[in-house]
Design a protein around this ligand. Structure first.
Ligand code: PGA
Length: 254
């Protein structure tokens, strides 16, 4: 059984005060009987303070990105080992906003995946097609290309450290979530692609769905056999909605 994971991607939101109240409400609402992993990914500047606020709680800490470089003259960058140093265990790589707004290529994303693993952290590799690509019938080809770029660049051992998030670009922040069936279809493609490499890794790999996940739609999505949790943007900024998503992933009916 793969343990569900719900990760909150806060994107470019928050302040010291709002983070403190959000984290307090999440900590207070999480039930110890829920079997799942819960992660928050605040902006870089809040990571150390968030790590301190999460002391003694089961909530784990992720970063939204990391440099592909380990260290050196790269002004403005943050390295994976720095992220580990401040308490992160996971790092998102290849989020569609990084790919489209900041020009990250498949090759760069693959390098980031490797750098994150080399620092002892787990990468959460994001993949997903645009609406135009879906309408052109290219969804499977796009997902395979994004995945293959990473599969070709990493060892089995590195791959086993990763998590994959399927996030259709047309569903991110739009309120138009993929239907559970649409999401399951792509999750199955992802698992089959990894299966061709290693049955063991494919069986253990957690594949999250992201794109307008809300308390109201989480249960139906997580009921699908290859959906192992969610990567949640907007709804992760609302403690009540985020907790509802966590409880759906834990299989409870709160
Ligand atoms: P959303 O974002 O839940 O606001 O659609 C998801 C994501 O981009 O990770």
């Amino acid at each position: 059984m793969r343990r569900p994971l719900v990760a909150g991607n806060w994107k470019l939101h928050g302040s010291r005060a709002s983070n403190a109240s959000l984290l307090g409400a999440i900590r207070a609402g999480l039930q110890s009987s829920w079997h799942l992993d819960v992660m928050v990914c605040p902006p870089f500047v809040y990571l150390a303070e968030t790590a301190a606020a999460l002391q003694g709680s089961p909530v784990i800490l992720g970063a939204q990105d990391a440099s592909a470089e380990a260290q050196g003259a790269f002004t403005g960058e943050v390295s994976a080992s720095m992220l580990r140093d401040v308490g992160c265990s996971h790092v998102l790589v290849g989020h569609s906003e990084r790919r489209t707004l900041f020009g990250e290529s498949d090759e760069l994303v693959a390098r980031k995946f490797r750098t994150v693993v080399a620092a002892g952290l787990s990468p959460v590799l994001c993949v997903g097609e645009t609406l135009q690509q879906r309408q052109a019938g290219a969804t499977e080809a796009v997902i395979r290309q994004q995945l293959d770029a990473v599969l070709a660049a990493v060892s089995d051992e590195d791959l086993a450290r990763g998590i994959i998030a399927y996030e259709p670009v047309w569903a991110i922040g739009t309120g138009h979530t993929a239907s559970p069936e649409q999401a399951q279809e792509v999750h199955a493609v992802i698992r089959r692609t990894v299966l061709a490499r290693s049955a063991r890794i494919a069986g253990e790999l957690r594949i999250l769905y992201g794109g307008s996940v809300k308390g109201a739609n989480a249960q139906a999505l997580f009921a699908m056999p290859d959906i192992d949790g969610g990567l949640v943007g907007g709804a992760s900024l609302d403690a009540a909605d985020f907790l509802k998503i966590c409880s759906a992933a834990a299989g409870t009916t709160q």
